[in-house]
Write a new protein. Structure first.
Length: 305
């Protein structure tokens, strides 16, 4: 571990309270987990997270990504992932920072520093080591927790610096996708917004491709490059994640929830739910209520990081 990460870790650990600590700084949170977790589904919004201690594993489509102290994960689109905390304990908790991206701020920064063109084959997520300059910007950003009267003025400036360091680093191409006006990325972003908003509606890939001004094969290829999933797989995961949250709120109403998220067949819903979460709906929710009274981990994107 570098000295810079060590200093930031000590500062954050003293101020971390519970799993999720809101810092008072817009869209910046601290994550703290004191024991390894099993695989659980999450929806990552466009964000960057920096691990300060511990290790996390992410499954995105068929890809497995591990990242640990001193590494950042960045996503430019909303991603359904399955994650687990690999290393964490009461004495050495998993600690991470998370910044949810402000697309307008990134777009404004790109006007001054557009950088090189982004290849259409660039995925919408990656892991990389954080530079000392990036860690220093994070340290000064978190330092605003001690000076809350400075947040309104200084936080946007420090956020801009964090984004600038990311743009100039190995994750710059991914970050540029967040606000890129290039049709290749804007069209996929629009398709993702549509699938998330109308997840209960049945779509045909040809329809989505036509709306994106792409051939079906090109659309499928570009979509999978961005998300690690096919459009159908992406929608299915969104449906099942939403269903789990609904069932937690009103257990026992499995048939109604299946219908609400777009399934016409209860047996198909039960089968796919069990494949995703390891147990049929009723049993999964019973177990979840016994182990996590506040709700499914990652539901509502609270645990991403």
């Amino acid at each position: 571990m570098s000295a810079a990460i060590g200093m930031l870790k000590e500062f954050v650990e003293e101020r971390a309270a519970g799993v999720l600590t809101t810092t008072g700084i817009p869209r910046v949170d601290i994550l703290k987990v004191t024991e390894p977790t099993e695989l659980f589904p999450e929806i990552y919004q466009p964000l960057v997270s920096l691990i300060l201690q511990g290790e996390k594993r992410l499954l995105i489509g068929s890809q497995v990504m591990n990242y640990t102290a001193g590494q950042t994960f960045i996503a430019s689109v909303a991603l359904p992932v399955i994650g687990e905390i690999v290393h964490a304990s009461a004495k050495g908790p998993y600690l991470a920072l998370r910044l949810i991206f402000d697309r307008a701020m990134i777009a404004d920064l790109l006007l001054d520093d557009p950088g090189p063109a982004v290849s259409a084959d660039t995925p919408s997520f990656c892991v990389s080591h954080a530079s000392d300059r990036l860690i220093d910007a994070w340290f000064r950003m978190l330092g605003l927790m001690e000076q809350p009267d400075e947040i309104a003025v200084m936080a946007p400036l420090l956020e801009r610096e964090i984004l600038f360091r990311l743009l100039r680093g190995p994750q710059g191409a991914v970050l540029r996708q967040v606000a890129s006006i290039d049709d290749r990325f804007a069209q996929i972003r629009n398709a993702l917004v549509r699938l998330r908003k109308d997840y209960a509606t049945t779509f045909h890939v040809d329809e989505l491709a036509s709306a994106s001004n792409m051939s079906p094969s090109a659309f499928q290829r570009r979509f999978k490059t961005s998300t690690g999933l096919s459009p159908i797989q992406y929608q299915k995961r969104i449906r099942l994640y939403e269903a789990r949250g609904m069932l937690f709120a009103r257990p026992g109403d499995v048939a109604a929830v299946a219908l609400a998220v777009g399934y016409e067949s209860l047996s198909q819903f039960t089968r796919e739910y069990a494949r995703m979460f390891g147990s049929p709906p009723a049993r999964d929710i019973r177990n979840l209520r016994a182990t996590s009274p506040v709700g499914p981990p990652g539901y509502g994107e609270a645990a991403a990081g």
